[in-house]
Design a binder for this molecule. Structure first.
Ligand SMILES: Nc1ncnc2c1ncn2[C@@H]1O[C@H](COP(=O)(O)OP(=O)(O)O)[C@@H](O)[C@H]1O
Ligand SMILES: [Mg+2]
Length: 265
């Protein structure tokens, strides 16, 4: 059976792509699934979280070795073991080189990563891809691979606009990348804005998100959480830092709802 692939994307930085990608992936690994994380971002957030010394890797040990013509390495050579059940293909701070090389491929440049993933797909249950906060050739590669696209957004007008642009882009490129299941995930929203403070500015924006995204909006929202932030500062996911607290429980619910509950592998 081949892995089901989930891509975290948004045409906007800071919405929580890397945070949700790493935490949901670790949640899956802790639940006993075989997990691969692929970091495609020059911020190397998942890379440094999951690999000690991740910031000092040679280019040939990162995903660049798959996306650039040289060095041409098999995908198994760039898969690194992180935790039990969790492997990572790290990114490099020089990801821009891949954008340039992929753009120079006349046909099929958006399918390079997908071809590599096919080689190892049966070794994993789930593959989680962290993609860049911009629309470029790397993002297209991340979208092509996905069975499902998860779009984190915070509750503000700019994030909503970027999220709408992202969804529109995914629809527009459907003839090229195939139709994709998409879910928008509200990140960093205190639950109280959904009920007691529903009439407040943020409460109204949450209602606006429900109207704007409709069926594409995930019922699970992730709260603004110091545990998530401090976990990352300590080089941990919230799943290991504070497994019993609200944020970790909500990540588990998100995993159940949008990953496990999203169709057969
Ligand atoms: N739910 C959350 N609660 C608190 N801080 C968060 C949460 N989600 C993300 N953050 C913080 O917000 C910042 C941006 O998150 P990040 O995942 O790096 O965004 P992106 O990958 O989309 O650019 C990071 O400092 C991260 O620790
Ligand atoms: Mg990121």
């Amino acid at each position: 059976m081949s892995a089901r692939v989930f891509t975290f994307t948004n045409n906007k930085g800071g919405t929580g792509k890397s945070t949700l990608c790493s935490n949901v992936a670790h949640c899956a690994a802790l639940a006993g699934y075989r997990v691969l994380v692929i970091d495609l971002t020059c911020q190397i957030t998942c890379t440094t979280l999951f690999l000690e010394g991740g910031e000092a890797l040679e280019e040939s040990e990162t995903v660049l070795a798959l996306l650039k013509k040289k060095p041409d390495r098999p995908i198994t050579a760039v898969c690194h073991r992180s935790h039990k059940n969790l492997d990572i293909i790290p990114a490099s701070v020089s990801m821009a080189q891949a954008v340039i090389e992929l753009s120079a491929i006349p046909i099929g440049g958006e399918k390079v990563l997908d071809r590599h993933i096919q080689q190892i797909s049966d070794r994993y249950d789930y593959i989680f891809i962290d993609s860049p906060g911009e629309l470029n050739q790397i993002t297209s590669n991340a979208l092509v691979c996905a069975h499902k696209i998860l779009v984190p957004t915070r509750v503000n007008r700019t994030d909503f606009q970027c999220t709408e642009t992202m969804i529109q882009f995914i629809e527009e490129v459907a003839p090229l990348i195939g139709p994709k299941e998409v879910k928008v995930i509200i990140n960093m929203l205190d639950d109280r804005y959904k009920t007691i403070w529903a009439g407040s500015h943020l409460g109204k924006l949450y209602l606006q998100a429900q109207e704007t995204f409709g069926a594409l909006l995930s019922p699970i929202t992730i709260p603004e959480s110091n545990d998530i932030r401090t976990a990352f500062d300590r080089g941990l996911t919230v799943m290991e830092h504070k497994p019993k607290e609200v944020a970790a429980k909500r990540i588990q619910e998100l995993f159940q709802q949008e990953v496990v509950g999203s169709g057969k592998r």
